[in-house]
Design a protein around this ligand. Structure first.
Ligand SMILES: *Cc1c(COP(=O)(O)O)cnc(C)c1O
Length: 733
């Protein structure tokens, strides 16, 4: 940018206000806004609409506009309108609540990389009025979920779009819903927009969030619009899927957005395929009623529609695949769609259901799994469609997840000069492997991040202890009974981090399967260890919640049997901020799922980006990131994956076998960390993570591989840059 650039300390903040027919937005210059909008509305359709049930992009973790204004010390303004924007930006405090699911965080990271790489993308998702839930943890009761209130109107960076024909009114789209007698009711949605602005502040990806919570909507619609992953009934779930799926085309149409390619991040929005097929049938058969079309005509239309859709499947776990009883789903969609559903969403295993995963698998031009192992498993699950399933291994947004202290180190070495723009330059770390200055700086940064983490933990433990008298909550951590000013946890102690959603197949409690064995290893060698856990269970997932309770119940026993060497700490209310602190501050990242149910996993990548080694089951991304031990440790059952391995029943979860393997591996890890002559080998693994894993497990590389599925026509310099990122790896070998 030339004049009035946001890099300029003489910046006129007015130049960061942009307008169009739908509203007034703060954060990007008008020219940039127009450029992005023109790309998305051009008649050639050379853009992508990315569809996701949730977008997790916490502004407290990554917010380039705020960072830049802070740098320039422009945190206030005399102008009343600017003041409004800026005050909201700096003093929030509201932000879009994030359920903290891997799917949403991945969506956010992906969109941030599209923005960094200047790829024309728009995202469509839903807005949930009642937020998600806040997790309180009580040592006797386990997880308690507390609903959170939030106000989109008060949320910085979130704009309610206006109706250009009637600018006093919000823009609305109308979606017909049907009851079981095929009577129509109309549901309306207003549209919120958030801009995912890139780190160099010269591009953004708009996110359109459909809000069905309007007063005038029928009660079941409003109810379903309240909360994501509301599992009250399959009716609510099916309603949410339909709100997303049927909202896509109307909202794009209303805004004039022409994207030829739709990318479905999971099948949640796949109902859009039904609409596209119905439209295609109207054109090709001239029937106004697609239910009059023949099977052959429908299949031909589906083939045509498939060329528009790219699909990412995220899990081999059955609960992640949507199946709806025919009476439930047929009772909300138009009867003309039923014939299409019968043909394309048929489920042999459940003939009374429509299977939306099957529908998504059939109608696309590319089905992508999230890791190589997940591809092989998915091919076994859908043998008839095996050929079109390929792997694009997930990544994480490196600018979001690399800690400030680590970033300072990378900035200090010319070999890593352009690391913000190009995560591929981390290949150069190989040349720094034996550079003592690099090693010293990196170690200091790591120590600094551990201190930040432990400051948080010690403060939290004290606060929980002090809260005991003022609330009814029993502190979740046993250590709150022990802590005082002289008895704080020590950041130099080897710290194992584990944080993700709690569900049984993720086996958070695996490593405590035999506490006697675990403690004997520590006591024999006098090795202190902190086990640091965090994560929410879905409020309706009773088995998942009971794993949290188990973790809490182990704390005292572990402390006693290890003679105080081992402490197990649980941080409540896991979110992206806690994640960012943990992945940089711990000494190793643990993932202990039942193979092959993890599919990818991304938190381990966040650790790897900070040079933190993983200690994990050979599942998901770790099969690809392990590099024969150069970057960390593996444990547990490997072997070929069979259909039977997909079982989640308690007896099939391999606790005894995999925990025994963990107890064999743990001493190797602790020896390297604690024994002076071995410590440099531990540190080598940190460095090899930077060198081998950062260039691969980032969303720039992932976005570049997806581009190969999108068939966009990009300017040649941009295409060259993206080809270079894609060239860093080939997920699909
Ligand atoms: C990264 C992240 C996840 C996903 O972690 P997985 O290892 O993929 O399960 C979930 N929640 C939050 C808050 C995250 O930051």
């Amino acid at each position: 940018m030339q004049q009035n650039s946001i890099n300029d300390s003489g910046l006129d903040l007015h130049s960061l206000i942009a307008k169009n027919r739908f509203g007034t937005f703060f954060g990007v210059p008008q020219a940039l806004f127009d450029e992005v909008w023109q790309n998305l509305t051009a008649s050639d359709g050379n853009s992508v609409a990315y569809i996701s049930m949730e977008i997790g992009a916490d502004p407290d973790v990554f917010h380039p506009i705020k960072d830049r204004l802070m740098d320039l010390e422009r945190t206030d303004s005399m102008d009343s309108r600017l003041k409004q924007f800026i005050q909201k930006l700096f003093h929030g405090p509201e932000k879009i609540p994030c359920y903290g699911g891997g799917l949403g965080v991945l969506a956010g990271d992906t969109l941030k990389s599209f923005a960094d790489c200047r790829i024309p993308v728009v995202a469509v998702s839903l807005l949930y009025r009642h937020g998600y839930f806040s997790q309180i943890v009580d040592s006797k009761l386990g997880q308690i979920s507390q609903s959170v209130d939030w106000h989109p109107e008060k949320t910085p960076g979130l704009y309610l779009l206006r109706d250009p024909k009637n600018p006093k009114q919000p823009l609305q789209i109308q979606i017909p819903f049907f009851n079981e007698y095929d009577q129509e009711t109309i549901a309306s949605a207003q549209v919120w927009m958030k801009m995912e602005v890139n780190h160099s502040l010269d591009f953004f990806v708009p996110e359109l969030l459909l809000d069905f919570s309007l007063e005038e909507n029928p009660a079941p619609i409003r109810n379903a619009a309240g909360q994501l992953y509301n599992s009250e009934s399959s009716f609510v779930k099916a309603t949410q899927r339909r709100m997303l799926g049927t909202g896509i085309l109307p909202v794009l149409h209303e805004l004039g957005i022409t994207s030829n390619t739709l990318h479905l991040n999971e099948q949640h929005g796949v109902v859009v395929a039904l609409q596209l097929i119905a439209e295609e049938l109207q054109t090709s058969t001239k029937h106004s009623d697609p239910s009059l079309a023949s099977d052959k005509q429908i299949l031909a239309a589906a083939d045509k529609v498939a060329r528009k859709l790219v699909y990412t499947i995220h899990t081999p776990v059955k609960a992640g695949h949507d199946r709806f009883d025919k009476t439930v789903y047929a009772g909300m969609s138009h009867k003309s769609c039923r014939h299409i559903l019968e043909l394309l969403a048929h489920d042999d295993e459940a003939p009374h259901s429509y299977n939306f995963t099957t529908l998504a698998m059939r109608v696309n031009r590319s089905t992508n799994s999230v890791s190589r192992l997940h591809r092989d498993v998915t091919r076994k699950q859908f043998p008839g469609l095996a050929e079109k399933i390929s792997a694009i291994t997930n990544g994480v947004h490196h600018l979001t997840w690399i800690s400030d202290a680590r970033a300072e180190v990378f900035d200090a070495f010319s070999q890593l000069n352009s690391w913000r723009e190009d995560p591929g330059v981390f290949q150069n770390v190989e040349k720094l492997c034996n550079d003592s200055r690099f090693r010293t700086y990196l170690r200091r940064a790591w120590d600094k991040d551990s201190i930040i983490l432990y400051d948080y933990i010690n403060r939290m433990l004290l606060q929980h202890r002090n809260q005991m008298s003022s609330t009814w909550i029993d502190p979740p951590n046993y250590y709150s009974n022990l802590i005082d000013a002289d008895n704080q946890l020590d950041p130099a102690v080897f710290t194992i981090g584990f944080a993700r959603r709690f569900s049984t197949y993720k086996r958070a409690d695996l490593i405590f399967d035999n506490i006697d064995t675990l403690c004997s290893i520590l006591v024999k060698n006098k090795w202190p260890v902190t086990f640091l856990f965090s994560g929410k269970a879905h409020p309706a997932d009773e088995p998942g919640k009971s794993v949290i309770k188990l973790i809490l119940d182990y704390q005292e026993e572990l402390h006693a049997k290890s003679q105080g060497l081992a402490n197990l700490i649980f941080i409540p209310n896991y979110d992206m901020q806690i994640a960012k602190m943990m992945v940089a501050g711990v000494h190793i990242w643990l993932n202990s799922p039942k193979r092959p149910l993890e599919a990818s996993g991304t938190s381990g990548m966040k650790a790897a980006l900070n040079g933190v080694p993983n200690l994990s089951i050979m599942d998901g991304w770790w099969v690809e990131g392990y590099h024969d031990g150069a970057t960390g440790w593996k444990f547990g059952h490997e072997g070929p994956v069979e259909e039977a391995d997909l079982s989640e029943s308690p007896e099939a979860l391999l606790y005894a076998e995999d925990s025994a393997s963990f107890y064999q591996t743990l001493p190797l890890v602790l020896q390297e960390f604690y024994e002076d002559d071995a410590r440099s080998r531990f540190f080598d693994k940190a460095i090899m993570n930077l060198c081998l894993n950062v260039p691969i497990f980032n969303t720039h590389r992932m976005a570049a591989e997806y581009l190969q599925r999108y068939n966009l026509d990009l300017p040649s310099s941009l295409q060259t840059k993206m080809d270079k990122f894609a060239g860093l790896y080939n997920s699909n070998i």
